[in-house]
Design a binder for this molecule. Structure first.
Ligand SMILES: O=P(O)(O)OC[C@H]1O[C@H](O[C@H]2O[C@H](CO)[C@@H](O)[C@H](O)[C@H]2O)[C@H](O)[C@@H](O)[C@@H]1O
Length: 268
């Protein structure tokens, strides 16, 4: 039975504590039997003012290429971004990419998974959201092939208004749901998740039999952490906040330094 903190305060005990993740600096992995699965925003790149203002540098591209080489192709980027959008940033990255919070998977340049949903319903949702943003331009819209995001980073005061609007729009809707994100609310198909995408990716020959390591920064990454934890894998939370991940890194820069150092140690 779940007990709230006030129950424990009432009876004079402390609520059970989730263990604090260990420092990433203490983690050593074997490149020969580990698969690398990386979230994108807030994990590989720093969070920016707008979705199109991130800085994905040539050094980031080189790191992914080195990881592909070092981990023999067992490297995937698993992001909430639309596949078309993330492909633009990742350019020539040859590894597996999942977009739309698990709705899409691209492997060897081919889309091997595309979530099914009511396309007509999504069109109506997109139209309504677009009208909302015309009436209240304090939100920035991000259109995806599987959904829509309402960003309010520039105007945090509209958060509850945006939430109420989106909740009303989706009330009684069987196939789409609201997903809170960092300074944004996302409308996405139900029954898709990064965890399901990870399970599918791990069946690919390059990944099969390897210990999955997943790094992410957001509440949307918690299902992925739980998934790899259950498989006996490794999970890394980037930044602050409650998490079920086993390790924590302060920032994308710390994670990238650790990944580079892991590759260098392999060569020595
Ligand atoms: O799964 P991720 O790769 O972490 O993607 C999650 C969402 O990231 C993006 O939005 C977030 O990052 C933006 C750029 O730093 C920031 O401006 C925004 O406030 C954040 O919510 C992206 O735009 C979304 O599509 C992703 O779902």
């Amino acid at each position: 039975m779940e007990q709230s903190a006030s129950f424990y305060e009432f009876v004079g005990f402390q609520a059970p504590q989730v263990p604090e993740p260990a420092d990433l600096a203490d983690l050593r992995i074997n490149v020969l039997n580990t698969a690398i699965l990386l979230d994108f925003d807030g994990t590989l790149v720093d969070i920016a003012a707008r979705p199109d203002a991130i800085r994905y540098t040539p050094a980031d591209g080189r790191l992914l290429s080195s990881l592909m080489q070092g981990f023999h192709g067992a490297v995937a980027v698993v992001t909430g971004r639309d596949l078309a959008d993330i492909s633009y940033y990742l350019g020539g990255f040859a590894g597996t990419v999942s977009g739309g919070h698990g709705a899409q998977i691209r492997r060897d340049g081919e889309i091997v998974t595309q979530a099914e949903f009511d396309a007509e319903r999504l069109e109506h949702i997109k139209n309504a959201v677009t009208e909302f943003a015309v009436i209240d331009p304090r939100v920035i819209l991000e259109e995806k092939s599987t959904g829509m995001v309402l960003h309010f980073r520039q105007n945090p005061e509209v958060e509850s208004l945006v939430r109420t609007f989106a909740e009303c729009l989706l009330s009684g809707c069987d196939d789409f749901e609201l997903q809170p994100a960092k300074m944004a609310f996302e409308i996405k198909p139900k029954n898709i998740s990064k965890a399901a995408a990870i399970e599918q990716i791990l069946q690919q020959p390059e990944f099969a039999g390897r210990v999955p390591l997943y790094a992410g920064d957001d509440t949307t990454d918690e299902t992925a952490f739980a998934c790899v934890n259950d498989m006996g894998g490794l999970s890394i939370k980037i930044g602050a906040g409650p998490t079920c991940a086993q390790y924590r890194a302060e920032s994308p820069a710390v994670l990238k330094r650790w990944l580079s150092a892991t590759l260098s140690k392999r060569r020595n």
